[in-house]
Design a protein around this ligand. Structure first.
Ligand code: ADP
Length: 256
């Protein structure tokens, strides 16, 4: 049968910040159902690349295509509405709000703007509300967050906060999930839990996943393919073990 269009195609992405060229013509594509790793030393441009893919930064030049649609320069909420969810390197949870309320917020991007009349909207929103609650409850159970659902997010340990952020991305039921260092600050047990979770998300929901990850053991264990960045350029790509062993990559990591 015919090959499906890639979920993501980035073509010759350049991004400048003033005089700094943070991305110098990066091209990559992610296939449906893939777990794709974006790796590289600190400051190599990984987060900038994700910000370009998700509309947070428009590219200075180059194009981003998601699900076959050119999305270069369009706003983050419009990219989210295509079925893209992300987590952030620095946690972006709402302090003072409970675990449950933070997760509920992730569901809002899944709500479709309504062209319906006010009364019909009311009727429709009641039904939608039930659907939202069901997804949120299932996700809380799946992520084993029941015991802390009513805690304010700032009082729980960092590893659990990362898990809450992942749950918030997941309730949007994304087709494409982008994770920026989801295991940062986690202990070994928590890391293994998240790795298993990522593999399950791919198997059970057919989610395509792009992950920025520093732990090379994790990268080789779960990624199908990687791109390695250094100073805004691709220095190696392909099968994780081979790419990471590439002399250019070993050299780039010296002094890290
Ligand atoms: P990584 O995620 O690989 O650690 P980043 O994408 O965060 O790398 O950063 C790549 C380069 O771009 C760095 O030199 C960083 O200082 C710079 N940079 C990132 N975001 C901004 C910004 N908003 N303004 C200016 N410089 C930035």
């Amino acid at each position: 049968g015919g090959r499906e269009a890639p979920v993501l195609v980035c073509a010759d992405i350049e991004r400048r910040f003033g005089g700094l060229r943070a991305l110098k013509g990066v091209s990559l594509s992610v296939e449906k159902g893939e777990i794709f790793g974006l790796v590289g030393p600190n400051g190599s441009g990984k987060t900038t690349m994700v910000n370009v893919m998700t509309g947070f930064y428009p590219p200075s030049s180059g194009t981003v295509t998601l699900f076959g649609q050119d999305v270069s320069g369009i706003a983050p909420h419009r990219i989210a509405s295509l079925g893209v969810a992300r987590t952030f390197q620095n946690l972006a949870l709402f302090k003072g709000m409970s675990v449950l309320d933070n997760i509920m917020l992730g569901r809002h991007t899944a709500m479709r703007p309504s062209a319906l009349g006010t009364f019909f909207y009311w009727w429709w929103s009641q039904r939608e509300e039930l659907a939202h609650r069901r997804v949120v409850e299932e996700t809380i159970e799946f992520m084993q967050l029941e015991d802390i659902r009513n805690e304010p997010v700032e009082v729980i340990p960092i590893g659990l906060q990362k898990r809450v952020e992942l749950a918030r991305a997941l309730v949007a039921e994304p087709r494409f999930l982008i994770l920026d260092e989801p295991m940062a600050g986690m202990n070994q047990e928590e890391k293994e839990y998240i790795a298993r979770f990522i593999l399950d998300a791919r198997e059970e929901r057919n989610t395509t996943i792009l992950i920025i990850e520093h732990h090379m053991d994790v990268v080789t264990a779960i990624c199908d393919r990687v791109v390695v960045l250094s100073y805004g350029e691709i220095i190696a790509e392909g099968e994780p073990r081979a790419a990471i062993a590439d002399p250019a990559v070993v050299k780039a990591y010296i002094g890290e």
